[in-house]
Design a protein around this ligand. Structure first.
Ligand SMILES: Cc1cc2nc3c(=O)[nH]c(=O)nc-3n(C[C@H](O)[C@H](O)[C@H](O)COP(=O)(O)O)c2cc1C
Length: 181
């Protein structure tokens, strides 16, 4: 079974992006072993300590190394990716450079109409930088950018329930499994 580490760009308890991660974890339980990585405990990136980073960084590095792929699910903050996610990617881009060649797919959820598209475009640029150089699932046909979250998630269960969105994600996930093999 494919092992996929999940980075979530929101620390909020009721995060829609976390809800999407939980939905995918349950829905694809027979296909993918999703493990949500802790990025809350990471300190701010500091080049002075990159050669011997704190435990939380070492754990994240280990998690990424042992994963067959990475799923990044992020909201958009001020037309870009949230600082917590960028900070995590900065840690991962140094010394061992564990994301180079790693299969990555991205997704995002917003309550508004734009479905995180601006953040996703920035994220793609970041993922193409020399220290990261991830093997990104080609975006054409695979853009899981969910708008109007309030209409598509069930407030009581905290899960994505919009059927056509779920079916679209099913197809992208199957493509990612082939892509990551
Ligand atoms: C600092 C900040 C900046 C935001 N900027 C944007 C933005 O640029 N575009 C957008 O669609 N929503 C923006 N939002 C609204 C988020 O999409 C919304 O809070 C969303 O629920 C956050 O994701 P989460 O539910 O996973 O925490 C912003 C929210 C915050 C807190």
């Amino acid at each position: 079974m494919l092992k996929v580490a999940v980075l979530i760009g929101s620390l909020r308890q009721g995060s829609y992006n976390l809800q999407l991660a939980n939905t995918m974890k349950e829905r694809y339980i027979n296909k993918i072993d999703f493990e949500i990585a802790d990025i809350r405990s990471l300190p701010f990136f500091d080049q002075d300590i990159e050669l011997n980073p704190p435990q939380a960084v070492k754990e994240l590095l280990r998690k990424i190394v042992s994963a067959d792929g990475v799923l990044i699910i992020t909201p958009e903050y001020n037309w870009s990716v949230p600082g917590v996610l960028k900070n995590a990617l900065d840690w991962l881009s140094r010394v061992d450079k564990v994301l180079i060649g790693k299969p990555v797919m991205t997704a995002g959820v917003s309550p508004g109409m734009m479905g995180t598209i601006r953040a996703q475009l920035h994220l793609r640029e970041i993922l193409a930088s020399p220290g990261i150089l991830a093997k990104l699932l080609p975006p054409a046909g695979n853009e899981i950018y969910i708008s109007s979250a309030g209409l598509k998630f069930d407030e009581s269960t905290g899960r994505l329930v919009d059927e056509s969105t779920l079916r679209f994600i099913d197809r992208v996930v199957d493509k990612f499994i082939d892509f990551a093999r």
